[in-house]
Design a protein around this ligand. Structure first.
Ligand code: ZN
Length: 636
């Protein structure tokens, strides 16, 4: 190693620095040469210790090592700052006027001086294991997002509500040490193009463990301005979290995908407000209150959402009268493909009700059906609280009176409507709902039905097609019957009598019932009851039931991600039926028998929301405001 004869008992060299890549491992700044390309280095890889010194010094090398380390770290710091400013994370003033060699002379943008520091502690469970996040957020500091084209297009939230996050996370089940936040961003009032009324608090944290592993924690609080069944308080306090391990190669055993909830307690919130730092804290609280007011009370949409049109919309002719009676359709198929043909039925919502009515009512024989898959529909119809309230109110009989003889409601804003129809549409616009939309047709339809889908699950093209192309007229004549079914909770005939459930023997076929886990209109109990009913009456057949997380009602079939989260269940059900696997085997039959009688509790049903759930949401919101205003006045 040494060209000299001097000796040292200290270990030196190994990665010696050199200006020539053929003579050393690192350049004079400690950056490791990339041997694959001439004169280049591995970005971000530094050697910063005694191994840089190429040979023995003959004296105690302690001070030399310290000097080398300081020399390398100076380059390292300026590199990191340059990288961050390139990525738009921090804008650094020109380093030229800094005293040479002095790291403290690095000046931050004057913009950063007027920041607000928020300290927040959130506790909860991720993947069923306790987890605590101690966050220190510097609001009003620039984040990567500003460079993001999408957020620029749809209206950024106030700079005071965006910032960088530091601190650490304790998650002992995964790593015994602290997980330090090496890079974190927060946006307290993000708005999605598709949901302009709803605000999201977004946290994205890159965590580093002393073991060398890296994790990404993403948290989202949804501030949804819906009126009935609103849980504004718990929404604002609770963050839905995903926790993933960063893997270089995605081999299965290395993967870690956990979900959970973290929330801030009342005391922690108080502490957080008291410990606000920075000269703009009053302004910060003001802006935050203003945003909460806009979301929950004045309900003003944000951003430029007027043109919720898809850019790549393909205009296709759509047949006017697509609706036929199920019986006619099945007969037609049998006529075309021979009487032995069997049909796989995939039905949604009222379509599912219809096929059940057709089967149990004896209009169609189960021998013609190979398999039945239903999304959010069955012989049962269990509504969410808000839909229930709406069904109890005499809204439908009133609508019928308003409409008079002509029960067909024109849907498009441009189409001609009588004064009665216009009146009904304006009433529909006033009905409270979970999510608001800037599209008029969407507003009328969700007022009449309740929201059929979560907007963030639907692509802009699908939204456009549904509201501007698909449904020119809404036939309202069937609504009184639908109301009777909803109020009964199961299929009844148009007089409200139970005349279908008495013929379960006619349902001899394999079934699959799918519910959305993020409920809209109907709850997962709908499919729970249907599946149990089938297991009870036809334990010999294969019966499956799936609750898909994150989906609401019609987005199960038409959602942007349905093809990978919902359709595979249907395809597998059809595939098994094609292979003749329609019958339950010994064990499965026994399981069916036990499950069929467990009518009581649905293991997949969402829990009771407790006290705050039964208080009127508007009261909750006003209480929250009063509380925040009081805190600000007392402590500032
Ligand atoms: Zn909409």
């Amino acid at each position: 190693m040494s060209r000299y004869r001097s000796t040292s008992v200290h270990l030196l060299g190994g990665c010696n620095a050199s200006s020539d890549p053929s003579q050393g491992v690192c350049n004079p700044s400690g950056q490791v040469f990339d041997t694959k390309s001439h004169n280049s280095v591995h970005p971000g890889l530094y050697v910063c210790d005694a191994s840089l010194i190429p040979c023995s010094l003959g004296i105690n090398p302690c001070l030399s090592i310290a000097t080398v380390a300081e020399h390398v770290s100076r380059n390292l710091v300026s590199d990191v700052l340059k990288y961050k400013s390139d990525k738009g994370m921090i804008l650094v003033n020109n380093l030229g006027d800094a005293k040479p060699g002095s790291i403290t002379s690095v000046k931050l943008d004057s913009h950063l001086k007027s920041m607000v520091v928020v300290k927040e502690t959130m506790r909860g469970y991720v993947g069923g294991m306790p987890c605590t996040a101690y966050l220190k957020m510097q609001m009003n500091s620039r984040t990567r997002k500003e460079l993001d084209r999408k957020s620029r297009l749809h209206g950024l939230s106030h700079p005071l509500l965006r910032g960088q996050v530091g601190g650490y996370v304790l998650f002992n089940a995964v790593e015994t040490d602290k997980l330090h936040i090496v890079d974190g961003e927060v946006d307290l009032c993000e708005v999605d193009e598709r949901t302009p009324y709803t605000q999201y608090m977004h946290y994205t944290l890159l965590l580093a463990a002393s073991s060398g592993s890296r994790y990404i924690l993403q948290g989202k609080k949804v501030l949804n301005p819906y009126l009935f069944g609103s849980f504004a308080w718990s929404q604002t306090m609770t963050m839905n979290v995903t926790f993933n391990k960063v893997c270089i190669d995605s081999s299965k055993e290395d993967m870690l995908n956990l979900k959970g909830k973290l929330s801030i307690s009342m005391i922690e919130l108080l502490k957080c407000l008291v410990s606000l730092e920075g000269n703009m804290k009053r302004r910060f609280v003001g802006v935050l209150l203003q945003n909460l007011f806009r979301t929950y009370i004045s309900q003003v949409p944000r951003g430029n959402h007027r043109d919720f049109n898809p850019s790549e919309f393909h205009q296709k002719p759509y047949p006017e009268s697509i609706l036929h009676e199920i019986q006619t359709v099945i007969n037609k198929i049998r006529k075309l493909h021979g009487p032995l043909i069997k049909i796989h039925v995939v039905a949604h919502c009222a379509g599912g009700l219809a096929i059940h009515i057709a089967l149990m009512g004896g209009h169609v024989s189960a021998t013609h059906i190979a398999s039945l898959s239903c999304t959010n529909s069955s012989m049962f119809f269990k509504l969410t609280t808000s839909s229930k309230v709406k069904m109890w109110l005499p809204l439908i009989p009133m609508s019928m009176v308003i409409l008079g003889k002509n029960k067909i409601l024109p849907m498009f804003k441009t189409s001609k409507a009588s004064s009665r129809q216009r009146l009904l549409k304006s009433i529909a616009r006033l009905v409270p709902r979970y999510e608001r939309c800037t599209c008029d047709e969407c507003e009328v339809l969700s007022g009449i039905f309740g929201n059929p889908f979560w907007h963030d699950n639907i692509s802009p093209s699908m939204h456009y097609w549904l509201n501007k192309q698909n449904l020119p007229r809404l036939p309202m004549a069937g609504f009184p019957h639908l109301r009777k079914i909803c109020n009964a909770g199961f299929i009844v005939d148009s007089n409200g009598n139970n005349s279908y459930l008495i013929h379960p023997e006619r349902m001899a076929l394999p079934t699959l019932y799918i519910s959305g886990g993020r409920t809209f209109l109907v709850t997962p109990q709908t499919t729970f009851l249907a599946s149990n009913y089938m297991k009870l009456h036809h334990p010999d057949f294969r019966h499956e039931r799936v609750v898909v997380d994150g989906f609401g009602h019609s987005d199960l079939l038409i959602g942007e991600e349905s093809y990978k989260k919902v359709f595979p269940h249907i395809i597998s059900h059809i595939g098994l039926a094609e292979q003749g696997k329609n019958y339950a085997l010994g064990n499965e039959r026994r399981r069916h028998n036990t499950e069929a009688l467990a009518w009581g509790g649905d293991p997949l049903e969402e829990g009771n929301r407790g006290f705050w759930g039964c208080i009127s949401p508007l009261v909750t919101i006003w209480l929250l405001f009063l509380f925040l205003v009081m805190v600000v006045y007392i402590f500032h």
